[in-house]
Ligand binder design. Sequence first.
Ligand code: FMN
Length: 364
Amino acid sequence: MADKLFSDFQLGPFRLSSRIVMAPMTRSRAEGNLPNARMATYYGLRATAGLIITEGTAPSANGLGYSRIPGVYTAAQVAGWRDVTEAVHARGGRIFVQLMHTGRISHPLNMPAGARIVAPSAVAAAGQMWTDQEGLQPHPVPEALTAAEVQSTIGEFVAAARLAMEAGFDGVELHGANGYLIEQFLNPASNGRTDAYGGSIGNRSRFLLETAAQVAAAIGKEHVGIRLSPYGVYNDQPLYDAIDETYAYLAAELSRAGIAYLHLSTSADPEVQAPIRNLYATIREAFAGPIILCGNYDRDRAEAELQGGLADLVAFGRPFVANPDLPERLRTGAELAVPDHTTFFAGGDKGYLDYPVLEAQETY
Ligand SMILES: Cc1cc2nc3c(=O)[nH]c(=O)nc-3n(C[C@H](O)[C@H](O)[C@H](O)COP(=O)(O)O)c2cc1C
């Protein structure tokens, strides 16, 4: 029995129908960086999740590092997102938008004219990224943000959060994970600044904490969640000595800020499972609000995690791609469809809108 997974949960002002969260997943269907009817259908079909967190969404043109990802900084984007939030709310769901500024994980070919690739420091990420025009390309060297631009970039998050609320979202999730701009400030390998935003733990954390505080002041702290990925090395974020201290500090500060939730995306690397679990226990102690854990869960592992007490909610990513009605399938023990990873970012309806829901079960 998976009793806790299917019990409801009070997330600030929101009564969630279960502890099952749809994890944020970039799907690259936003042609022209605009949310569209196809996306409204996709999210609407998944409204039985206790909470949906959208794909990473740029708070400004500078944050648009990937092809065909959406933004939430223009009137047209707000209008497109309004159709998405209405589709989810009409079916009784809840939806937060993930604000993702890609920072140095970017390429000029993916960005609109006038946008700039910015980061804490002028250090390129190792590796390559996809461009529709020329396939895989190396990450370019980003421009280091000036002191004034650090402030204006925080301002972009605030403005985007306000627009997100206008578009009908229930809240925003700041993407502080997976090597994008916020984590680029946290990790000393990508942050060589010598001002108040680099160096010590407090300084590397400052961009995230100031962004969280200013966004919370703008839209209400109960509408602001944060995603972090301690021990994650994705997008060239190597491990460093002060990981535990950095995240313990962040958990305590974010607890004081009283945000809606902390969302931790776990690493699959077996080498770091022991330190990760230790750190999660530390974070649980330090952070008073709800915690979401994500990464490779199935129904039984999710239930065990909830029973173990480190998490209040569990997010599922890939299972939601192929199973729009995932909560119902988990509840009934129905077979899960397997997602086709070749269509994750491919554009179009294939692998996006063609995964069926189960036929309604007859009840006697
Ligand atoms: C297609 C795809 C796109 C993703 N895009 C994002 C994203 O935009 N933001 C984010 O924080 N994580 C993203 N992730 C990571 C997922 O949120 C999640 O952490 C990961 O898939 C592990 O969970 P799972 O094992 O349940 O799939 C993405 C994952 C996949 C498979």
